[in-house]
Design a protein around this ligand. Sequence first.
Ligand SMILES: Cc1ncc(C[n+]2csc(CCOP(=O)(O)OP(=O)(O)O)c2C)c(N)n1
Length: 335
Amino acid sequence: MSHVTSGTTTARTEPAVDADRALVMYSQMVQIRAFEDKVNDLYKRAIMPGLAHLYSGEEAVAVGVCQALRRDDLITSTHRGHGHCLAKGARPDLMFAELLGKEAGYCRGRGGSMHIADPDTGNLGANAIVGGGAGIATGAAFSAKALGNGRVAVCFFGEGALGQGLLSEVMNLAGLWSLPVVYVCENNLYNEYTHYTEATAGAILARPAAFGIRAEEVDGQDVRAVYAAAAELVARARSGGGPAFLLCHTYRHHGHHVGDINRAYYRPKEEEHTWTTSRDPIARLGAWLCEGGLATPASLDEIQARARAAIEEAAQFALDAPYPAAADVRDHVYA
Ligand SMILES: Cc1ncc(C[n+]2csc(CCOP(=O)(O)OP(=O)(O)O)c2C)c(N)n1
């Protein structure tokens, strides 16, 4: 990993992550993968209404960053938000209920996949508007600083949001006022069906650097590296060191959304193959755990089986849960 501050780049050494945390991160990534597989299954069987944007392949970003946060720290999420919500501590049963439009869901079934918010875990909400979380996260950081409560806000966004003016406006303010916010850019190479190099001018890290914001990049498929980078930037923000920008290089395994099946016209099959095999974040951490004697293939299989069983149970809860009453369906909706 390297970081760029006022034009300088520094190498970072092997990330320090203890065994317990590595196993927790493995379990969390597996939970997210199992959740997304189940969402895809529900969509393909026409049980889930609407669409969802799956996070599979990007799990190391949400998990590595959220492991560096306190429960009362705040995040904003995106249209591809299930992983952020779960990594921050959301309950899969209530998330499935939201996706299926059930009253038990996080937003009483009125929001669906792109509108999951969970104040109890500091999740200020997913957002269907690209870049929409930037102002909210920066405002939350402003509030944390004014109140002196020591909270840090993390703004997750895809690289597509780099084209949104709001992001530049709020990075300017965060830089000026030294706000405790970390902007986490998930560069999965594509904005819908367009390669990011066709939509983003210049060097990504030059943008935060222009506002005097500490800017770093990391292999987003290596959860230990993401955690190490995030832990440092979050601690720095918490102790008054100001905002930071973490660019994570990652990849989505599935299409832009669940219905995006035929992708060969915009991204090569060989590229998909490379990222889904040798660059898979779960397989990579699993290999590291086994090489270090911290796990065995059998113990990892057991974690996977347990996660899948728990996800099945959570989905069943949501399938059995009631819809909102027809008379109340317009309540709790603000537009
Ligand atoms: C303001 C705005 N413009 C356009 C869209 C349509 N849209 C939805 S997702 C997306 C691409 C987002 O790409 P990126 O931010 O890189 O996130 P990714 O989907 O790759 O995770 C676009 C253009 C939108 N939701 N909001």
